[in-house]
Design a protein around this ligand. Structure first.
Ligand SMILES: [Ca+2]
Length: 121
């Protein structure tokens, strides 16, 4: 996984599927593959709750990145994901004071982190 550029605006909030289309052409919602990337994305969002590019909409409990890659690294808060009060199929970073991940209803409007991955070699 190579260097990424990240993009974040506080004043733009939308539901996850719309957020994905609001990333600049050629960019996607951020994906996170290790602790270092998580800290980077969290910092870019300045500690605010924000969408990242993960959903279990295809199959409950099977979390995938929007590029369909499996999530080999996760930062879920204790007790999350929990489908609190109904299906929560979209992943949020910087949840609660612990700044961990939560599953949230996808139609909640939140800021979002976009990324552009540099090509391998
Ligand atoms: Ca939740």
């Amino acid at each position: 996984h190579n260097v990424e550029f990240l993009f974040f605006k506080f004043n733009v909030k939308h539901f996850l599927s719309r957020s994905a289309t609001l990333c600049v052409l050629g960019w996607n919602l951020a994906t996170i593959h290790n602790q270092q990337e998580e800290e980077f994305v969290s910092e870019v969002a300045k500690g605010s709750a924000a969408w990242i590019g993960s959903t279990d909409a295809q199959q409950d409990g099977l979390w995938l990145w929007i590029n369909s890659k499996p999530m080999t690294f996760t930062g879920w808060c204790v007790g999350e994901p929990n489908n609190h009060r109904g299906p929560q199929q979209c992943a949020v970073i910087n949840f609660s004071a612990k700044k961990c991940w939560d599953d949230e209803r996808c139609l909640v409007k939140l800021p979002f982190v976009c990324e552009k991955e540099l090509q391998n070699s």
